[in-house]
Design a protein around this ligand. Structure first.
Ligand code: AMP
Ligand code: GLY
Length: 420
């Protein structure tokens, strides 16, 4: 069959890498893809946000199945555009992708269906928000309502910070239209765990757990990023806890979406915080995590195309996923300066040396091919992913590969998988 994947990052490379192992897949396309992805898929030069164009292209080219990697495309309604054309597609419709697209929607859903989360208030007016913030307890967390590339979250330790935060989000609109509404949330503490789940509207299968490292520098210093590295599994996410999360958080969320007339097919990514008062939900995402997909899909034994098909056909309950009994670590190599300004176009060396190593997989996030050579082409450049019998072995292998790959102003964290 012919499969199309929509997106251009390390996450999409990981999806494509896994799909390329399936005997059922004859040809893979990616819109728009990147340099590294072009080794496994034919890249189609249509930006992921041009959702109607992509759907038209898929129809013309008789694509059998499309997988949507990117949140922006989902929130713009790409799945609806595919379904209108009678095409098979894996991902939530626009009315379900709102789970990620609006924090106010997500929080109101959790409250209505008693799904454990941080206490919160919603504000549509900066003045009213400021009045509240002058009287509440600290720290608090301010969140712009809409998509803000993971950057619309401010943790404020005192009134002054919070009032400045309101100005940033609601008055100066630093995160654009995402800031027309704002959530003020209770500050929670505890380890953070990411659990991605396959959903078919009715049934849900959790994948193995992962942990992300969101800050730019070692010891969680520096600015928040899209993610500087991940590992799987999380030692905090025990069998008992996974059962509890399934019963109290995951299934109730999926059922709630169905009851709201927004059945969710695709990936729900549950961002959990394991607080002293039990597991609570930080956020939902409506797609695979990046770089969570890199450490999770590399452990999956089951054919991914079978899972996508079962989800689209509403029969995930008939499926059991099989996983490798190992650990994975993904270290992100970024362009110096990321997540702020950075330069691109620098040649990447040492990639050939990693080929044919069974336990090392290099996922490309921001690379381009120029005259037969890979050059940097984004903030996050590569996700160096290693498998090991345990976390220490996986980490050692990943960092050995990291030391062999180079480009000018290479920036990465040296502590991925250490703080567990
Ligand atoms: P989010 O985009 O909602 O996942 O938030 C980004 C990051 O902010 C999370 O990964 C947490 O580290 C932090 N965060 C968000 N909400 C809270 C909260 N209520 N309490 C403490 N930290 C939070
Ligand atoms: N790594 C976090 C995310 O994909 O949102």
């Amino acid at each position: 069959m012919k499969v199309l994947v929509v997106g251009s990052g390390g996450r999409e490379h990981a999806i494509i890498w896994k799909l390329s192992k399936s005997k059922k897949v004859d040809k893979i396309y990616c819109a728009p893809g990147n340099g590294g992805i072009s080794e496994l898929a034919e890249c189609i030069n249509i930006p992921a946000i041009e959702v109607t164009k992509i759907a038209d292209w898929a129809k013309e080219n008789e694509i059998d199945l499309t997988v949507i990697g990117m949140d922006d495309s989902l929130i713009l309604g790409i799945v609806d555009r595919f379904e209108e054309r009678g095409l098979r597609v894996f991902g939530p419709r626009q009315n379900a992708a709102i789970l990620e697209g609006s924090k106010v929607f997500a929080k109101d859903l959790m409250k209505k269906y008693n799904i454990p989360t941080a206490g919160y208030e919603v504000f549509e007016d900066a003045g009213v928000a400021k009045k509240y913030l002058k009287e509440c307890d600290y720290p608090v967390v301010l969140k712009a309502d809409g998509l803000a590339l993971g950057k619309g979250v401010l943790i404020c330790h005192c009134v002054e910070e919070a009032l400045d935060g309101v100005d940033e989000i609601m008055v100066d609109k630093k995160f654009g239209a995402a800031g027309s509404k704002m959530v003020v949330e209770e500050f929670m503490t505890g380890p953070e765990v990411s659990v991605l789940t396959f959903c078919d509207g009715e049934h849900l299968i959790p994948m193995v757990s992962a942990q992300d490292h969101k800050r730019a520098f070692d010891n969680d210093q520096g600015l928040n990023t899209g993610g500087m590295g991940t590992f799987s599994p999380s030692k905090f996410y025990t069998e008992d806890l996974s059962q509890q999360c399934y019963e109290e958080l995951f299934l109730p969320s999926l059922k709630a979406m169905k009851l709201e007339g927004r059945p969710f097919t695709g990936i729900i990514f549950f961002g959990l915080m394991l607080t002293p008062n039990g597991p609570k939900l930080l956020e939902y995402n409506a797609r695979f995590g990046d770089p969570e997909a890199q450490v999770v899909l590399t452990r999956l034994k089951t054919d991914l195309i079978d899972v996508f098909n079962a989800a689209i056909d509403g029969r995930l309950n008939e499926l059991t996923l099989e996983w490798e009994d190992n650990s994975t670590v993904c270290v992100v190599l970024a362009s110096g300066g990321y997540p702020l300004a950075y330069e691109k176009g620098y040649e990447i060396t040492g990639l050939d040396q990693q080929k044919n190593k069974e336990d090392i997989i290099i996922f490309h996030a921001g690379t381009a091919l120029k005259e037969g050579k890979y050059v940097t082409n984004g903030g996050r450049v590569l996700g160096v992913t290693a498998k090991g019998k345990d976390m220490n072995e996986a980490r050692e292998k990943a960092y050995k590969a990291v030391s062999e790959i180079d480009f000018l102003y290479k920036q990465y964290r040296t502590d991925i998988g250490i703080k567990r």
